[in-house]
Design a binder for this molecule. Sequence first.
Ligand SMILES: *Cc1c(COP(=O)(O)O)cnc(C)c1O
Length: 405
Amino acid sequence: MPGFEFFGDEERKELNDVLETGILMRYGFDGPRKGHWKAKELETAITETFGCAHAQLLSSGTAALTTAMTALGVGYGDEVIMPSFTFVASFEAVLSVGAVPVLVDVDETLTLNPAAVRKAITASTKCIMPVHMCGSMADLDALQEICKEHQLILLEDACQSIGGTYKGKALGTIGDAGTFSFDFVKTITCGEGGVVMTNNKDVYTKCDGYTDHGHDHLGADRGADLHPFIGYNYRISELHAAVGLAQIRKLPKFLEIQQRNHGVLKAALQTIPEISFRIVPDESGDSRTFLSWFLPTEELTRAAVAEMKAQGILAGNFYWFDNNWHYIRKWDHLKNAAALNKLNPLQEAALLKLQTQDFSASDAVMSRCVSTAISLTWTEEQLQEKATKMATAIKKALSNAAVGV
Ligand SMILES: *Cc1c(COP(=O)(O)O)cnc(C)c1O
């Protein structure tokens, strides 16, 4: 799953280029940098690898979502429809631009249920933000259809699905804009970092300025830049970009390993008739960073997770229902509108309403869902052992339940 598992000489070489010149900043210092432009090079590699017109690197995936929304004109009072299962960064970004997160149910795709999205549309809806969780995608055809019908923006949070595709196109390049995170646990990492991808030149130009205090980057050596609008500092450093440059070259290898390891684990779990698997709208496009699966009831799922834990095979398994980073059930800070700075009244009212919103359809999915993170470094032996042990533990839990243990 995470690129850090393969940190090595390639990353060190790229980093050394930067360390030798000492130019850690991505802009300016044209002479002393001796031709090293790691951030620019990585942006070009991203456009070529994923097939989009423009890429803007930033300091994080959260900054990428914030910047993308700003560049797309999502702001005060605009409602952004997003799933109840995501990483907290998704709603943080919505709140940071003054917009209102509208959380809707997920289905067995583990992301937006298009019917729930339709029901949530109001006159204030501006944007739909599918989150391609755990390596695989939302039903993008259905969501695009809704966007077209209601003239809404489609922003893909593809932070967890680097290398995934939908009908031949890279996730993150299909909507009006899309984002990846390159934080330490993502499929490829810069240590910290993120990117906005878009095919819209105007959106890209706005992202470029916004991430660097509004500089238009047209003047010579920064000093002569104009500031057509207010920006912030969400820049990536050359050090982080250097690591990412080495990592993106390894992505094909990461994806190949994920596919193989995912296949072995899935085959083992397929021997258990009670298990069903996550619905993947385009199976061939699953990046396979996770294998996500369901048991018929919450009780059986809890028993299976407990049995796996007892057998010492917890590593790499996520029981999302109890997870306070990824699912609405435990986001008390969100439901209590517990912000340090004052939220705007529309945001505050919307958050407090989450306390009583019915998420039973999401609960019915998430309470039965386990995701197994696919490691890149399992040896063949470890992989086989993990597959066997997992299947055995789950079968034991199921048979215990059947006889009422
Ligand atoms: C990791 C992640 C982010 C945020 O990325 P950071 O680089 O950690 O800020 C956003 N959305 C999702 C779904 C993520 O998994």
